[in-house]
Unconditional design. Sequence first.
Length: 263
Amino acid sequence: MGQLRGVIWDVDGVLAETERDGHRVAFNLAFEQKGLPWRWDESYYGALLRVSGGRERLLWDMARRADAPAEPGAREALARELHARKNALYAEIVGDGGVPLREGVAALMDECLNRDVRMAIATTTSRSNLDALLSYHLGATWQGAFAAVVCGEDVQHKKPDPEVYEKALRRLGESPLHCVAIEDSPGGVAAAHAADIPVVVTHSTYFKGATLEDAIAIGPGLHLRRGWRPFVGDRTGLAQDSRIALDDLQAWHERAESISQFA
């Protein structure tokens, strides 16, 4: 693997708890505005996340509702309308400060920028949703911080398909083994692994109990050194209640390389 040269970020659940605090809330508001009696509570929405993509979740849900349109074309049209309405409402929620970045995210991004480690976004959420989130938190010129940004509109297949990561790698111009992906979900981990990218997992609300294989490190979040596997030691002189740093990503990266060499 060698020197870590690129960090590739997932968005939903990694940069922020967007699913719980943003998308779910916006879907329910869209249902209300459309006059539909449907409501997705936190538990049910967690189950829906097994389906990748917001429009796809709507279609999956409608297929199981007696009060949804029976004709496939009408169901598809309603899903598209609701999804567009949801995205507009999501942007309003984000713009009102309703979806904060997860702790430790901004600090690690700043460290990457200061140490010339290139960053990319690899998400199958929409570009408008990503722009709403990062424009609020990083400013209107947020894209300048990233060497590559790949969103749902840029791919034909969503995670766990590796297409989004393969495109991000091509735009970065980096080997997968010189990068680390930061993910939170089984589908995201599978997508990165299929693209041969080492994966670091930060547990999000909806995937805390998920079985996540093939990660080089798994932990509670970038804000805390305690609770990570493999253990994050004190080699940097930092306390266990301080954040995960770029040096920690590099250490996990090197450890995974040494294990693979002797496997």
